[in-house]
Design a protein around this ligand. Structure first.
Ligand code: M6R
Length: 357
């Protein structure tokens, strides 16, 4: 039920801090050790390469998950759009492990890949919000997202839950492999939960930004580098699917290779600046688009901010910034859709789970 909320999407955005805390509890033993299915542990430890398969927002969570698994657990990862995998099947490694990420667990494009790789005899893990779902039942292992039912077509809390569970999975794998890590995921996720709460308390400020930048916009661009780029893809999807504004996410460095031609007087360009090592370069990209007339909105992280930034998110661990930077972007999409009189929870032409290929 929506309760006092006008839309499920807003309710689900607000639930994210609680979902983070639920995940922390569910993936921790009484002795504060990581709790992980032993089959999953074995599968992660015996594979030589991971293939993440997903669609839409879940695919974007997979892109962030790749960063965790490669950087923390030292296993190579490929992330594939489910619907493309059948035609563009990569050469597989000797001991592949397939990870299916799906809120609903019913996405037909992902299921088609699962059926195919099971026929080939490869192991599969499904990370889903619905443990009894098709993808969960047909895979060898399941990890639950514990996000609670997600009703709005636009996925919000499932995305952050997927990223949190992937971070825990990466750290758990690193620990079982005996790799030394300077990263306590539960402590960092608790900090993330608090930061999310700070952001969901700032709805008015974000609503103002949506009004100012997006109420009458024809298009909008999100730019970022490194892990911020993955979040830009997600932000663009969120904005386009509920507000019908043509939105695209670009890697900052790609602007000069073509996309900067799209910038006109007043074009909204939303830049993410949460990563220290690329802060200088993304700021340079902002200057380039401003020089061509863009209406820039920089969302930065505390410690990296500049006076002219539109919005600053609290400081969290650099690897986990997507969990936090996405919150104002979800709210931005929500308010943009609201002020353009769109049907926020049920956008045109879309279904909550896509059960046809
Ligand atoms: O249930 P799934 O996570 O498999 O769904 C995948 C996509 O259909 C889904 O994320 C879709 O892109 C959302 N509407 C995005 O908000």
């Amino acid at each position: 039920e929506k309760g006092t909320y006008s839309h499920f999407m807003l309710k689900e955005i607000d639930e994210q801090p609680f979902v983070m805390r639920k995940i922390i509890n569910e993936y921790q033993t009484e002795n504060n050790e990581l709790k992980m299915d032993t089959g999953v542990r074995q599968a992660m430890n015996s594979c030589d390469r991971i293939y993440i398969i997903a669609a839409g927002t879940s695919y974007h969570a997979g892109l962030v998950g790749k960063e965790f698994i490669e950087k923390l657990a030292n296993i190579p990862v490929e992330v594939h759009i489910a619907s493309e995998f059948s035609y563009n099947t990569p050469l597989l490694s000797e001991k592949p492990l397939f990870i299916f990420i799906s809120q609903s667990g019913e996405t037909a494009d992902s299921r088609a890949v699962l059926v195919k790789i099971k026929e080939m005899g490869h192991p599969a893990l499904t990370i889903t919000n619905v443990p009894g779902s098709t993808l969960s039942r047909e895979a060898d292992y399941t990890l639950n997202l514990y996000a609670g039912p997600e009703i709005a077509v636009a996925s919000t809390k499932a995305y952050t839950a997927q990223i949190a569970v992937l971070a825990i999975l990466a750290v758990d794998t690193a620990k079982t492999k005996g790799l030394s890590l300077d990263f306590d995921p539960m402590r960092e996720l608790a900090i993330v939960a608090n930061a999310m709460e700070v952001l969901t308390d700032q709805k008015e400020a974000i609503e103002d930004l949506a009004r100012k930048y997006l109420r009458t916009a024809r298009n909008a661009f999100f730019i970022g580098r490194s892990i911020d780029y993955h979040v830009c893809l997600e932000a663009a999807l969120k904005l386009k699917e509920i507000s019908y504004i043509q939105a695209e996410g670009f890697a900052g460095g790609e602007l000069k290779h073509g996309t900067i031609a799209l910038i006109e007087e007043g074009t909204p360009v939303i830049a993410l600046a949460t990563q220290k090592n690329v802060n200088y370069s993304i700021r340079g990209n902002v200057q380039e688009v401003v020089a061509r007339g863009a209406n820039d909105m920089v969302i930065s992280m505390k410690g990296l901010e500049q006076d002219t930034d539109a919005f600053v998110i609290p400081h969290v661990h650099e690897l986990l910034t997507p969990l936090v930077s996405v919150v104002p972007l979800q709210l931005l999409s929500y308010y943009a859709a609201l002020h353009r009189d769109c049907d926020v929870d049920k956008p045109r032409n879309l279904a909550k789970s896509v059960t046809v290929e």
